[in-house]
Design a protein around this ligand. Structure first.
Ligand code: PGA
Length: 250
C-alpha cells in the first residue's frame, strides 16, 4: 500500500531541558530507515532549548518547530515574547499557533489570525490548532466553533504548501479520551467542508491531536484523509513516540 507523507509532530509543551535532547537519538535512527521515509517528524520543544535542539537535528530529516510566536513580526517592545522572524533566524521551520492551552489563556481568533500572518511572512510552516470544548460539544456547537475558528483564523491568509490544521478536541487533550471513529470522521469531513471555499484548500494537511498513544494510533490512522498526528504526552518518551510512528507506518 502506498501511503502519503504522515506528520508526527511532537509537542513537548513546558517539559524538557538540555539533557532531554539526547533522548531523541533513537528517533534520529528511525529516520534513516527507508521504511519510515514517509514520516515527517517535527519536534516542538520549549523555547529555551530550541537552539540546542536545532544543532542536534541539523543534519537529520527531523524538522524543528516552536510552540507559539508573537503576532508582531521582527522585533519590538514585547516583553517575554518571541517573534516568528526570531524563530526563523535560528532554523525553526514550523510553529504551532492557536493551541487550546493558549486559547484558554485568552488567545483570540483575531490574534491567532495575526500570528498566522506573521508566521507565513517569516516563511514558517503553520500548525494551526482548532477544536471544541466539551461544553461546546455537548451543546452541539462543534461545527459552529470549528467554522468560526477556521474562518477567523484564516481570514485573508494565502494558503501555501505545508499548511497544517491540527484538529484537537479540547476534551481529548491530556485526558486519555479520544473521539470515536464515527465522530472523528464526521469532524474531519466538517473541517474539509469548511475549508473547501478557501483557495488552495487542497494543499492544507489535516492532522489529529489529543491523547494519541501507541495503543490507539492504529485506529486513529484509519480515518480517511488524516495526514498525521500532533502528539503531546506520548512524544516526550521516545519509545512511545517511535511506537506511534511504527504503528502508523507498517
Ligand atoms: P496530548 O496533547 O497528546 O498530551 O493529549 C496533545 C496536544 O496538546 O497537542
Amino acid at each position: 500500500m502506498t501511503i502519503n507523507n504522515m506528520y508526527f509532530i511532537a509537542n513537548w509543551k513546558m517539559y524538557g531541558n538540555i539533557s532531554s535532547i539526547k533522548s531523541i537519538n533513537k528517533v534520529v535512527g528511525l529516520t534513516k530507515l527507508q521504511k519510515y521515509s514517509k514520516a515527517k517528524i517535527v519536534y516542538c520543544p520549549p523555547f529555551t532549548i530550541l537552539d540546542s535542539f536545532e544543532k542536534k537535528i541539523k543534519k537529520t530529516k527531523i524538522s524543528l518547530g516552536a510552540q507559539n510566536c508573537h503576532f508582531v513580526n521582527g522585533y519590538g517592545p514585547c516583553t517575554g515574547y518571541v517573534s516568528a522572524k526570531m524563530l526563523k533566524d535560528i532554523g525553526t521551520k514550523y510553529v504551532i499557533i492557536g493551541h487550546s492551552e493558549n486559547r484558554n489563556e485568552g488567545e483570540t481568533n483575531f490574534k491567532i489570525n495575526l500570528k498566522i500572518n506573521s508566521a507565513l511572512t517569516s516563511k514558517l510552516n503553520v500548525i494551526f490548532c482548532i477544536g471544541e470544548t466539551l461544553k461546546e460539544k455537548k451543546k452541539k456547537k462543534t461545527f459552529k466553533v470549528l467554522s468560526n475558528q477556521i474562518k477567523q483564523g484564516l481570514k485573508n491568509i494565502k494558503i501555501i504548501k505545508n499548511f497544517i490544521i491540527a484538529y484537537e478536541p479540547v476534551w481529548s487533550i491530556g485526558t486519555g479520551i479520544i473521539p470515536s471513529y464515527k465522530e472523528l470522521n464526521k469532524n474531519i469531513n466538517k473541517i474539509k467542508k469548511i475549508i473547501k471555499p478557501i483557495k488552495n484548500s487542497k494543499k492544507i494537511k489535516i492532522i489529529y491531536g489529543g491523547s494519541v498513544k501507541p495503543s490507539n494510533v492504529k485506529d486513529l490512522s484509519k480515518i480517511p484523509g488524516i495526514d498525521g498526528f500532533l502528539v503531546g504526552g506520548s512524544s516526550i518518551n521516545s519509545k512511545k513516540f517511535i511506537d506511534i510512528i511504527k504503528k502508523t507506518i507498517n
